[in-house]
Design a protein around this ligand. Structure first.
Ligand SMILES: Nc1nc2c(ncn2[C@@H]2O[C@H](COP(=O)(O)OP(=O)(O)OP(=O)(O)O)[C@@H](O)[C@H]2O)c(=O)[nH]1
Ligand SMILES: [Mg+2]
Length: 627
């Protein structure tokens, strides 16, 4: 529910003074800040609007050397209060802040032309016109402007009204929406005897006291022992807004500015991001776009409250001509950051410091290794252009070859998309290639088959050559693919061995020889009793089961079995006789030259299989009768 507004503007233009006049809160709380009259660190304030709603503010420094700190504040805000001193007019960091905020995809701003007490009306009009011209090429074109003074209080009421309208616009754009909680930490303090207190801007929420949060990077967890919003202890904070959280069970060294405390499984620690980049505006050059970011550039990546060094990598998979002037790239980071798809960030040149590009995260865990080598510009372009969760899920499945079925992307796909295997969803092409590979491995195995465990390992490896998945999930999916192939009759399994269907395996040579003798003994319409025949042939029970499993004999009861070819002939004879009219047992007995014992067992079996159906007049063709 809470919308967070960030200040922006050139050094000494009156941001902190204006916030104090608005809210009564001095966001400059460090002794050094007060002594020097300069904002160094991000500061906070809040304002109760006439309608009772509360706005949270993040105050940032305007000094050119402190743009990094400005971005810590700007990394998690919903809307902008751009402060321009009427005496000075727009200056270098007015432009730079606007370029960065535009690159961060912020869209809602109010302009305060402050220090109005120090100039005349004509000068205010001049500065307003200059700000309008400055914003014209940006996402903030046409933002309302209010003339104010942080010293006399002139214009403050009009500014409060403009801020209420700003809140409404930001909310319509989704600011303060509920969702998984994600707190981007901007300050960390140890509190004697109480563990660690962190502050940050909450995205999503509500966050409830007692909740367990994951800390990324690092992967530790901590419990939110106590929550404070605007200096007051609360049971739950958010959605949105500023929050101070006493974290229990969290090691302080693991928490720093840039750490994210979250219950959102989509947020991961990563040092490699697949991104879409758009060159930042150059407002000193009339709002032209800057040079496109090129491979090999060293950049500073500002994402949320984190800032890390990175290098831009580009390859044949990257796409240049995306809608909106975007191009894709991989960012390799010197240290991991917490990120999720859709996150907005900026790239700056480290030296001389200047904005380079705005970006959005397409994939926080892009494929690696062989799966990445297989990826095409088409796959990456489809992901960059995906406008719906479903399109995104399909693009990610194609890019990765496989995705965890528990993932949000997979949840967005229509049922029947991809092929479920263990805890993975496989891309259809990958699944087909894997099935072909499984059959090839089994058919080329020199022995009578391959151990299930070995096949699973080899197939798991084959999967990882095509899809970016961890080894355990790959092995599980591989096992599931083999089971599906066995279930479909494409492969067969005897105990631990997987082998081509129709071949019995894994038995000692004397047993297989005995099986052949037994099979021959049963290769007649009136075979001997099974117990007697197997004793005669020297065939153990395991051999009988193996013959059955391989489909070489058909066993209809404990003591009667036919060889498969004989059974097939008996079946077609019965079916032929049952076609013109109901078949009587005696007719079948005569046609097969057997006895009542065989005929009754055969009819029983064919009835069970649905090939024939019993009627009071005799057996007729059943529902499963072949044409
Ligand atoms: N006359 C006049 N002076 C102002 C006004 N607002 C701020 N000042 C003065 O301008 C100076 C800078 O004000 P700050 O509010 O610290 O400026 P800031 O933009 O927060 O500066 P940084 O945070 O360091 O970028 C101080 O000396 C203020 O007294 C105003 O409305 N009228
Ligand atoms: Mg200040």
């Amino acid at each position: 529910m809470t919308v967070v507004v960030g200040t922006a503007g050139h050094v000494d233009h009156g941001k902190t003074t204006l916030l104090r006049a608005l809210t009564g809160i001095d966001a400059d709380r460090l002794p050094e800040e007060r002594r020097r009259g300069l904002t160094i660190e991000v500061g906070y304030a809040h304002l109760r609007l006439p309608d009772g709603d509360v706005l949270d503010f993040v105050d940032v420094p305007g000094h050119d050397r402190l743009v990094g700190n400005m971005l810590v504040g700007a990394g998690e805000i919903d809307a902008v209060l751009l402060v321009v001193a009427a005496d000075d007019g727009p200056r270098a960091q007015t432009r730079e802040h606007v370029e960065l905020l535009d690159a961060l995809w912020l869209r809602h701003a109010v302009v305060a032309v402050t220090k109005a007490d120090a100039v005349d009306a004509a000068r205010i009009a001049e500065v307003r016109a200059a700000v309008d011209a400055l914003l014209a090429p940006t996402a903030f074109a046409g933002s309302p402007a209010v003339a104010v003074s942080g010293v006399t209080g002139e214009g403050i009421e009009a500014l409060v009204e403009a801020l209420a309208a700003l809140r409404d616009r930001a909310r319509a754009g989704g600011a303060g929406d509920p969702g998984p909680a994600r707190l981007a930490i901007d300050r960390v303090f140890p509190v004697r005897g109480r563990g660690t207190v962190v502050t940050g801007t909450l995205r999503g929420g509500p966050l409830t006291r007692g909740a367990t949060l994951r800390l990324e990077p690092g992967g530790g967890t901590a419990r939110a022992r106590e929550l404070q919003a605007r200096g007051t202890i609360v049971e739950a904070g958010g959605p949105g807004g500023r929050l101070a959280v006493n974290l229990a069970g969290a090691e302080r060294p693991a928490i720093a500015r840039g750490t994210v405390a979250t219950d959102d499984p989509v947020v991961v620690a990563t040092d490699r991001l697949l991104v879409a980049l758009r060159p930042a505006l150059d407002l000193a050059a009339g709002g032209a776009r800057r040079e496109a970011v090129a491979a090999g550039w060293s950049v500073r990546v500002h994402l949320g409250t984190a800032a890390v060094e990175g290098v831009v990598r580009r390859s044949r998979r990257d796409v240049d001509d995306l809608a909106g002037g975007e191009a894709t790239a991989i960012l390799r980071l010197a240290t991991p950051v917490a990120a999720a798809p859709g996150d907005r960030f900026v790239l700056r040149r480290p030296s001389p410091a200047e904005p380079l590009a705005g970006g959005r995260v397409l994939d926080a865990r892009p494929p690696t290794g062989a799966a990445w080598r297989r990826a095409t510009a088409g796959d990456v372009g489809a992901l960059a252009g995906a406008g719906t969760p479903r399109a995104r899920g399909a693009a990610l499945l194609a890019l990765h070859g496989a995705l965890p079925r528990s993932g949000r992307e997979v949840g967005a796909l229509p049922s029947g998309a991809g092929v479920a295997a263990g805890r993975l969803l496989l891309d259809e092409q990958v699944a087909a290639a894997l099935a072909a590979e499984a059959i090839a491995i089994v058919e080329s195995s020199l022995q009578d088959g391959i151990a299930f465990a070995e096949l699973r390992v080899r197939l798991g490896r084959a999967l990882r050559r095509r899809a970016s998945v961890d080894a355990a999930l790959a092995a599980e999916a591989a096992g599931s693919v083999v089971e599906t192939l066995v279930g479909g009759g494409h492969l067969a399994r005897s105990g631990d061995l997987v082998h081509p269907p129709g071949r019995s395996v894994g038995l000692p040579a004397d047993v297989t020889a005995a099986m052949e003798r037994l099979e021959a003994a049963l290769d007649t319409p009136a075979p001997p009793a099974l117990g007697e025949a197997s004793r005669e042939a020297g065939c153990p029970e395991a051999g009988i089961r193996a013959l059955e499993a391989a489909g070489r004999i058909v066993r209809v009861d404990a003591d009667l079995a036919w060889s498969a070819p004989v059974f097939a002939r008996l079946e077609s004879t019965a079916l032929r006789l049952a076609t013109p009219g109901p078949l009587a047992p005696a007719a079948l007995r005569d046609a097969t030259g057997t006895s009542r014992r065989y005929v009754m067992a055969l009819l029983e079996e064919l009835n069970r299989r649905g090939v024939l159906a019993r009627t009071p007049e005799g057996h007729v063709r059943g529902p499963r009768a072949a044409r």
